[in-house]
Design a protein around this ligand. Structure first.
Ligand SMILES: Cc1cc2nc3c(=O)[nH]c(=O)nc-3n(C[C@H](O)[C@H](O)[C@H](O)COP(=O)(O)OP(=O)(O)OC[C@H]3O[C@@H](n4cnc5c(N)ncnc54)[C@H](O)[C@@H]3O)c2cc1C
Length: 435
């Protein structure tokens, strides 16, 4: 297998790595490679920080292993190689009445990456996390051995949400969810403030819900935004146009506070006062940003950080205070999302907990970095946790305190990979394998 020295980055582009990447096309080549020189897997580098980086080391890029190995149209169980991207699965199967049960906000995430972070979607309150729909997975461990792992196997909960530390996920059997077709009916309404937003999220019985928040609005308008509630449907809508691309790193003023405030005010008014219902291709609802390739370049050469936390339901006032801190700083970008989560999680290091999750992007500036440190302390104090798929700044001690099963997980992982061959930059930065 050829290794190629490459510079690569997490989606936020604030953290980068240089190391040797291999891109196997066959499972036999992957197995041989793991037998000779075990290395962590990476998917499509859609995690924001350093979960997908191994500076100075090797990593196996899985994108070429993306075949569909089997599909049962009666049960909706599909067997796929781990490099398959979720948007592609949706594109193929939605017209046949099936969707991946859980889809994050980008269709470019791979099945392997979705398992390794136990990702959640806009339907987490109803169906739980990605790993809860994995019927089995095939893993090649750092010893080169291949094992089929079902939910009753001791390594299942260490692998789901397990940051690639038990081995390379080669393929998975996924239970998909029935859908009506490949269009989606979305009801959008303006929400005038924080309490109203939480009330609507709690009361919604829609299959899919997501809130966009204007993270620059203050005072009475704090927490204003747009709530989207959606159900799949069938019929014909105009296919999405060709993806646009950001061809260069944007200059610093592109996301200056005044620009963001003006953009957010206009975006808020995009939905009429009385709300509206629109029908669109599913991709436009599930993966709204995928239509602009390389949108991460809008943040310029320095990149950006996303802060995402979840807090328990009774800690909603603490989350409100965090939003106040963010809005007062004037540092937020337009990308800010509020969701209600249910309790579903499938791994020891899975992010979800029943509560509210807030995600906000910030340009990579010293002031933003300091504020994110404060938000990290606020999250810990509220009994919440920070999402590892988005993190590039947290401190190990607080992160480990947020994940109560971290020690048990680390014990299992260290027994499976005693030489630390699968450790990544994130594992080292946060000392996640410390028992
Ligand atoms: C625009 C955008 C929106 C997003 N929205 C959401 C959202 O709504 N909900 C959510 O939960 N997440 C969301 N994410 C985060 C994203 O879903 C996760 O970071 C996901 O893990 C990315 O998948 P990837 O294939 O790019 O993995 P990578 O980023 O390449 O890797 C992530 C982790 O998975 C491990 N890994 C990857 N492949 C394998 C494999 N085959 N075997 C073992 N380990 C592996 C890596 O070692 C690493 O630890 C979003 C990201 C973006 C860019």
């Amino acid at each position: 297998m050829r290794w190629k020295t490459t510079e690569y980055a997490g989606w936020g582009r604030a953290l980068r790595a240089t190391g040797d990447l291999a891109r196997p096309e066959r499972v036999t080549a992957l197995a041989a490679l793991m037998g000779e020189s075990p290395a962590p897997a990476i998917g499509n580098c859609r995690s924001y920080g350093d979960a997908c980086l191994n500076s100075g080391g090797k990593a196996v890029q899985m994108l070429r292993l993306d075949r569909i190995k089997g599909f049962d149209p009666t049960s909706g169980i599909v067997t796929v190689e781990a490099g398959m991207q979720l948007g592609e699965l949706a594109r193929i199967f939605a017209p046949q009445g099936w969707l991946p049960a859980v889809m994050p906000g980008t269709g470019f995430a791979t099945v392997g990456g979705a398992i390794a972070h136990d990702v959640h979607g806009k339907n987490h309150h109803g169906v739980g996390s990605f790993g809860q729909h994995v019927r089995a997975l095939t893993l090649i461990g750092p010893d080169g051995q291949t094992t089929r792992i079902t939910p009753d196997h001791p390594l299942f909960r260490a692998t789901v949400g397990g940051l690639g530390q038990t081995g390379v996920i080669v393929s998975a059997e996924l239970q998909m969810l029935k859908c009506k077709g490949d269009v989606i009916v979305v009801t959008e309404r303006r929400i005038e403030g924080w309490d109203e937003f939480l009330g609507h999220l709690d009361a919604s019985d829609a299959s899919y819900t997501v809130g966009w928040i204007d993270a620059t609005a203050q005072g009475d308008a704090l927490g204003r935004g747009i709530l989207e509630e959606a159900e799949t449907g069938s019929g014909l809508v105009t296919a999405p146009g060709r993806a646009k691309s950001v061809p260069f790193d944007a200059p610093g003023f592109a996301l200056a506070p005044a620009v963001v405030r003006a953009f957010n005010a206009a975006y808020f008014r995009r939905v009429p006062q009385k709300g509206r219902t629109v029908v669109k291709p599913i991709q436009e609802f599930f993966f709204p940003l995928d239509r602009i390739r390389n949108w991460n370049r809008l943040y310029g050469r320095e990149g950006f950080h996303q802060f995402q936390c979840v807090v328990p339901v009774d800690q909603a006032p603490a989350l409100r205070a965090m939003l106040e801190r963010i809005a007062g700083s004037g540092l937020a970008s337009p990308l800010a999302v509020l969701k209600r989560m249910g309790p579903g999680r499938a791994g020891m290091m899975s992010f979800p907990m029943e509560g509210y999750t807030l995600a906000v992007d910030f340009p990579n500036r010293a002031r933003a970095v300091r504020m994110i440190a404060d938000l990290e302390s606020d999250t810990l104090a509220a009994g919440g946790r920070i999402y590892l798929a988005k993190d590039s700044l947290a401190k190990g001690a607080s992160l480990r305190a947020m994940y109560p099963e971290q020690r048990d997980w680390a014990e299992l992982v260290n027994a499976t990979d005693p030489d630390g061959a699968l450790a990544t930059d994130m594992i080292r930065r946060l000392d996640l394998r410390t028992v």
